[in-house]
Design a protein around this ligand. Sequence first.
Ligand SMILES: Nc1ncnc2c1ncn2[C@@H]1O[C@H](COP(=O)(O)OP(=O)(O)OP(=O)(O)O)[C@@H](O)[C@H]1O
Length: 282
Amino acid sequence: MNSTLVVNQLSKSYPGFELRNISFEIPKGKIMGLVGENGAGKSTTINSILNLIKADSGTVTFWGQKLTENKKLKEDIGVVFDGINFYETLTPKKVGNIAKAAYTKWDTAAYTGYLERFNIPADKEIKTLSKGTKMKLCIAVALSHNPKLLILDEATSGLDPIVRYDILEVFLEFVQNGENSILMSSHITTDLEKVADYITFIHEGKLLFCKSKKELLNQYGIIECETKDFNLLAKEDVLVSQNRVSSWKVLVADRDKIKDKYGLKVKDITLEDILLLYVKGE
Ligand SMILES: Nc1ncnc2c1ncn2[C@@H]1O[C@H](COP(=O)(O)OP(=O)(O)OP(=O)(O)O)[C@@H](O)[C@H]1O
Protein backbone atom coordinates (compact mmCIF):
# COMPACT_ATOMS: atom_id res chain seq x y z
CA MET A 1 0.00 0.00 0.00
CA ASN A 2 1.82 3.08 -1.26
CA SER A 3 -0.87 5.62 -0.46
CA THR A 4 -1.31 7.18 2.94
CA LEU A 5 -4.75 8.59 2.23
CA VAL A 6 -7.25 7.72 -0.49
CA VAL A 7 -10.34 9.91 -0.81
CA ASN A 8 -12.90 8.48 -3.22
CA GLN A 9 -16.01 10.30 -4.47
CA LEU A 10 -16.60 12.16 -1.22
CA SER A 11 -19.86 14.16 -1.21
CA LYS A 12 -21.61 16.26 1.42
CA SER A 13 -24.57 18.61 1.10
CA TYR A 14 -25.60 21.56 3.21
CA PRO A 15 -28.49 23.85 2.36
CA GLY A 16 -27.08 26.02 -0.44
CA PHE A 17 -23.82 24.12 -0.74
CA GLU A 18 -22.80 20.80 -2.20
CA LEU A 19 -19.40 19.16 -2.02
CA ARG A 20 -19.42 16.82 -5.01
CA ASN A 21 -17.43 13.67 -5.67
CA ILE A 22 -14.06 14.78 -4.33
CA SER A 23 -11.35 12.22 -5.07
CA PHE A 24 -7.60 12.38 -4.54
CA GLU A 25 -4.84 10.38 -2.94
CA ILE A 26 -1.66 11.19 -1.10
CA PRO A 27 1.28 8.86 -1.71
CA LYS A 28 3.56 8.05 1.21
CA GLY A 29 6.23 10.69 1.78
CA LYS A 30 4.31 13.43 -0.06
CA ILE A 31 2.62 16.71 0.80
CA MET A 32 -0.80 17.52 -0.68
CA GLY A 33 -1.90 21.16 -0.75
CA LEU A 34 -5.63 21.82 -0.70
CA VAL A 35 -6.60 25.16 -2.24
CA GLY A 36 -9.80 26.97 -3.08
CA GLU A 37 -11.60 30.24 -2.42
CA ASN A 38 -13.44 30.97 0.86
CA GLY A 39 -16.40 28.62 1.07
CA ALA A 40 -15.04 26.30 -1.65
CA GLY A 41 -15.39 23.27 0.63
CA LYS A 42 -11.86 22.69 1.97
CA SER A 43 -12.86 22.38 5.64
CA THR A 44 -15.90 20.30 4.70
CA THR A 45 -13.53 17.97 2.86
CA ILE A 46 -11.09 17.77 5.78
CA ASN A 47 -13.84 17.30 8.37
CA SER A 48 -15.42 14.55 6.27
CA ILE A 49 -12.05 12.84 5.84
CA LEU A 50 -11.60 12.86 9.61
CA ASN A 51 -15.19 11.69 10.14
CA LEU A 52 -15.87 14.80 12.24
CA ILE A 53 -18.87 15.32 10.01
CA LYS A 54 -20.65 12.48 8.27
CA ALA A 55 -20.25 12.52 4.51
CA ASP A 56 -23.35 11.71 2.43
CA SER A 57 -21.36 9.32 0.27
CA GLY A 58 -17.84 8.33 -0.68
CA THR A 59 -15.04 6.46 1.06
CA VAL A 60 -11.87 7.50 2.85
CA THR A 61 -9.06 5.10 3.69
CA PHE A 62 -5.89 5.69 5.67
CA TRP A 63 -3.18 3.14 4.82
CA GLY A 64 -5.92 1.01 3.28
CA GLN A 65 -8.23 1.11 6.32
CA LYS A 66 -11.33 3.10 7.25
CA LEU A 67 -11.39 5.17 10.46
CA THR A 68 -14.77 3.67 11.30
CA GLU A 69 -13.26 0.16 11.19
CA ASN A 70 -10.08 0.91 13.10
CA LYS A 71 -10.31 3.72 15.68
CA LYS A 72 -6.62 3.28 16.53
CA LEU A 73 -5.74 4.87 13.20
CA LYS A 74 -6.41 8.24 14.88
CA GLU A 75 -3.17 7.84 16.83
CA ASP A 76 -1.29 7.98 13.54
CA ILE A 77 -2.97 11.20 12.43
CA GLY A 78 -1.90 14.61 13.76
CA VAL A 79 -4.54 17.29 13.27
CA VAL A 80 -4.22 21.07 13.43
CA PHE A 81 -7.12 23.45 12.81
CA ASP A 82 -7.17 27.21 12.60
CA GLY A 83 -8.05 27.96 16.20
CA ILE A 84 -6.83 26.68 19.54
CA ASN A 85 -8.69 23.81 21.16
CA PHE A 86 -6.87 23.55 24.51
CA TYR A 87 -8.17 24.95 27.81
CA GLU A 88 -6.90 28.51 28.05
CA THR A 89 -5.77 28.16 31.69
CA LEU A 90 -3.38 25.31 30.87
CA THR A 91 0.29 25.92 30.18
CA PRO A 92 2.18 24.24 27.31
CA LYS A 93 3.94 22.11 29.94
CA LYS A 94 0.60 20.88 31.34
CA VAL A 95 -0.66 20.25 27.81
CA GLY A 96 2.38 18.00 27.36
CA ASN A 97 1.51 16.05 30.53
CA ILE A 98 -2.07 15.55 29.40
CA ALA A 99 -0.99 14.52 25.92
CA LYS A 100 1.49 12.04 27.41
CA ALA A 101 -1.39 10.27 29.12
CA ALA A 102 -3.60 10.45 26.03
CA TYR A 103 -1.25 9.21 23.30
CA THR A 104 0.56 5.88 23.41
CA LYS A 105 3.36 7.13 21.15
CA TRP A 106 3.84 10.52 22.85
CA ASP A 107 7.47 11.69 22.64
CA THR A 108 8.24 14.06 25.55
CA ALA A 109 11.75 14.84 24.30
CA ALA A 110 10.43 15.75 20.85
CA TYR A 111 7.73 17.98 22.43
CA THR A 112 10.28 19.80 24.60
CA GLY A 113 12.44 20.21 21.49
CA TYR A 114 9.56 21.74 19.52
CA LEU A 115 8.68 24.11 22.39
CA GLU A 116 12.27 25.37 22.31
CA ARG A 117 12.55 25.42 18.53
CA PHE A 118 9.27 27.35 18.14
CA ASN A 119 10.02 29.69 21.09
CA ILE A 120 6.94 28.60 23.03
CA PRO A 121 7.14 29.46 26.76
CA ALA A 122 6.45 26.21 28.65
CA ASP A 123 5.03 27.81 31.82
CA LYS A 124 2.78 30.59 30.54
CA GLU A 125 -0.99 30.13 30.49
CA ILE A 126 -2.30 29.56 26.99
CA LYS A 127 -4.65 32.55 27.25
CA THR A 128 -1.61 34.84 27.50
CA LEU A 129 0.03 33.49 24.33
CA SER A 130 -0.21 35.24 20.98
CA LYS A 131 -2.35 33.70 18.22
CA GLY A 132 0.77 32.63 16.35
CA THR A 133 2.29 31.01 19.45
CA LYS A 134 -0.95 29.13 20.13
CA MET A 135 -0.90 27.85 16.58
CA LYS A 136 2.73 26.77 16.97
CA LEU A 137 1.72 24.93 20.16
CA CYS A 138 -0.97 23.02 18.26
CA ILE A 139 1.59 22.07 15.62
CA ALA A 140 4.10 20.99 18.31
CA VAL A 141 1.46 18.75 19.93
CA ALA A 142 0.39 17.28 16.60
CA LEU A 143 4.00 16.44 15.72
CA SER A 144 4.94 15.04 19.13
CA HIS A 145 2.57 12.09 19.22
CA ASN A 146 4.52 10.63 16.32
CA PRO A 147 1.84 10.67 13.64
CA LYS A 148 2.44 9.32 10.14
CA LEU A 149 -0.01 11.79 8.62
CA LEU A 150 -0.51 15.45 9.46
CA ILE A 151 -3.78 17.12 8.50
CA LEU A 152 -3.64 20.89 8.71
CA ASP A 153 -6.57 23.21 8.03
CA GLU A 154 -5.23 26.75 7.57
CA ALA A 155 -2.66 25.99 10.25
CA THR A 156 -0.06 28.49 9.10
CA SER A 157 -2.38 31.41 8.34
CA GLY A 158 -1.87 33.24 11.66
CA LEU A 159 1.91 33.03 11.55
CA ASP A 160 4.39 35.66 10.40
CA PRO A 161 6.67 34.86 7.43
CA ILE A 162 9.67 33.96 9.60
CA VAL A 163 7.77 31.54 11.80
CA ARG A 164 6.01 30.12 8.72
CA TYR A 165 9.40 29.54 7.16
CA ASP A 166 10.50 27.52 10.22
CA ILE A 167 7.26 25.55 10.34
CA LEU A 168 7.44 24.72 6.63
CA GLU A 169 10.99 23.45 7.18
CA VAL A 170 9.63 21.19 9.95
CA PHE A 171 6.96 19.89 7.55
CA LEU A 172 9.60 19.09 4.93
CA GLU A 173 11.68 17.27 7.57
CA PHE A 174 8.57 15.35 8.65
CA VAL A 175 8.03 13.76 5.22
CA GLN A 176 11.70 13.14 4.55
CA ASN A 177 11.55 9.53 5.76
CA GLY A 178 9.43 8.72 2.70
CA GLU A 179 6.66 7.29 4.94
CA ASN A 180 5.02 10.34 6.51
CA SER A 181 2.60 12.52 4.58
CA ILE A 182 0.78 15.83 4.97
CA LEU A 183 -2.58 17.18 3.82
CA MET A 184 -2.64 20.95 4.27
CA SER A 185 -5.18 23.54 3.25
CA SER A 186 -3.86 27.06 2.94
CA HIS A 187 -4.74 30.41 1.43
CA ILE A 188 -1.04 31.23 1.43
CA THR A 189 -0.30 29.79 -1.98
CA THR A 190 3.42 30.64 -1.74
CA ASP A 191 3.65 28.23 1.23
CA LEU A 192 2.19 25.47 -0.92
CA GLU A 193 4.55 26.39 -3.76
CA LYS A 194 7.37 25.87 -1.32
CA VAL A 195 6.41 22.52 0.19
CA ALA A 196 3.56 20.76 -1.64
CA ASP A 197 4.20 17.89 -4.06
CA TYR A 198 0.60 17.86 -5.29
CA ILE A 199 -2.20 20.40 -5.42
CA THR A 200 -5.89 19.59 -5.09
CA PHE A 201 -8.01 22.52 -6.17
CA ILE A 202 -11.63 22.73 -5.04
CA HIS A 203 -13.92 25.39 -6.50
CA GLU A 204 -17.57 25.80 -5.45
CA GLY A 205 -17.60 22.28 -3.99
CA LYS A 206 -16.18 20.64 -7.12
CA LEU A 207 -12.77 19.17 -7.73
CA LEU A 208 -11.14 21.22 -10.47
CA PHE A 209 -7.94 19.22 -10.53
CA CYS A 210 -5.46 17.23 -8.51
CA LYS A 211 -2.05 17.55 -10.08
CA SER A 212 1.63 17.47 -9.35
CA LYS A 213 2.81 20.95 -8.40
CA LYS A 214 5.80 20.61 -10.72
CA GLU A 215 3.53 19.82 -13.66
CA LEU A 216 1.31 22.79 -12.84
CA LEU A 217 4.09 25.31 -12.45
CA ASN A 218 6.32 23.98 -15.24
CA GLN A 219 3.65 23.36 -17.87
CA TYR A 220 0.74 25.70 -17.22
CA GLY A 221 1.04 29.28 -18.41
CA ILE A 222 -0.80 32.57 -18.83
CA ILE A 223 -1.37 34.49 -22.05
CA GLU A 224 -2.18 38.16 -21.72
CA CYS A 225 -3.53 39.28 -25.07
CA GLU A 226 -5.96 41.48 -26.96
CA THR A 227 -9.34 40.28 -28.19
CA LYS A 228 -8.05 39.70 -31.76
CA ASP A 229 -5.43 37.20 -30.47
CA PHE A 230 -7.88 35.64 -28.01
CA ASN A 231 -10.28 34.94 -30.90
CA LEU A 232 -7.56 32.91 -32.63
CA LEU A 233 -7.27 30.46 -29.72
CA ALA A 234 -9.02 27.11 -30.17
CA LYS A 235 -11.52 26.38 -27.38
CA GLU A 236 -9.70 23.21 -26.35
CA ASP A 237 -6.50 25.21 -25.69
CA VAL A 238 -8.21 27.53 -23.19
CA LEU A 239 -8.63 26.18 -19.67
CA VAL A 240 -10.14 29.37 -18.35
CA SER A 241 -10.14 33.01 -19.42
CA GLN A 242 -10.80 36.38 -17.89
CA ASN A 243 -11.87 39.39 -19.90
CA ARG A 244 -11.01 42.92 -18.81
CA VAL A 245 -12.29 45.59 -21.26
CA SER A 246 -10.31 44.70 -24.42
CA SER A 247 -7.60 42.53 -22.86
CA TRP A 248 -7.70 38.86 -21.91
CA LYS A 249 -5.93 36.64 -19.43
CA VAL A 250 -5.94 33.04 -20.54
CA LEU A 251 -4.82 29.96 -18.61
CA VAL A 252 -3.30 27.25 -20.80
CA ALA A 253 -2.18 23.75 -19.80
CA ASP A 254 0.83 23.34 -22.09
CA ARG A 255 2.74 26.58 -22.51
CA ASP A 256 5.36 25.23 -24.96
CA LYS A 257 2.71 23.80 -27.26
CA ILE A 258 0.75 27.06 -27.20
CA LYS A 259 3.88 29.13 -27.91
CA ASP A 260 4.64 26.96 -30.95
CA LYS A 261 1.06 26.81 -32.18
CA TYR A 262 0.17 30.51 -31.94
CA GLY A 263 3.51 32.32 -31.60
CA LEU A 264 2.07 34.15 -28.58
CA LYS A 265 4.02 35.06 -25.47
CA VAL A 266 3.08 32.67 -22.64
CA LYS A 267 4.14 33.68 -19.14
CA ASP A 268 5.12 31.44 -16.25
CA ILE A 269 2.43 31.04 -13.65
CA THR A 270 2.00 30.99 -9.88
CA LEU A 271 -0.57 29.06 -7.86
CA GLU A 272 -2.18 32.38 -7.00
CA ASP A 273 -2.62 33.16 -10.73
CA ILE A 274 -4.30 29.79 -11.22
CA LEU A 275 -6.57 30.28 -8.20
CA LEU A 276 -7.55 33.81 -9.27
CA LEU A 277 -8.23 32.85 -12.87
CA TYR A 278 -10.40 29.88 -11.96
CA VAL A 279 -12.39 31.89 -9.43
CA LYS A 280 -12.68 35.15 -11.40
CA GLY A 281 -12.62 33.78 -14.94
CA GLU A 282 -14.99 31.84 -17.13
N1 LIG B 1 -22.41 22.97 9.51
C1 LIG B 1 -22.76 23.61 8.38
N2 LIG B 1 -24.05 23.86 8.10
C2 LIG B 1 -24.41 24.49 6.97
N3 LIG B 1 -23.53 24.93 6.04
C3 LIG B 1 -22.24 24.70 6.26
C4 LIG B 1 -21.77 24.03 7.45
N4 LIG B 1 -20.42 23.95 7.39
C5 LIG B 1 -20.06 24.56 6.23
N5 LIG B 1 -21.13 24.99 5.55
C6 LIG B 1 -21.12 25.69 4.26
O1 LIG B 1 -20.39 24.89 3.36
C7 LIG B 1 -19.65 25.73 2.46
C8 LIG B 1 -18.21 25.30 2.46
O2 LIG B 1 -17.61 25.65 3.70
P1 LIG B 1 -16.13 25.24 4.08
O3 LIG B 1 -15.91 25.71 5.48
O4 LIG B 1 -15.94 23.82 3.76
O5 LIG B 1 -15.28 26.11 3.04
P2 LIG B 1 -13.72 26.43 3.03
O6 LIG B 1 -13.26 26.17 1.64
O7 LIG B 1 -13.04 25.72 4.12
O8 LIG B 1 -13.75 27.98 3.30
P3 LIG B 1 -12.72 28.97 4.08
O9 LIG B 1 -11.54 29.11 3.18
O10 LIG B 1 -13.51 30.24 4.19
O11 LIG B 1 -12.41 28.34 5.40
C9 LIG B 1 -19.89 27.15 2.89
O12 LIG B 1 -20.89 27.71 2.08
C10 LIG B 1 -20.39 27.00 4.32
O13 LIG B 1 -21.26 28.03 4.66
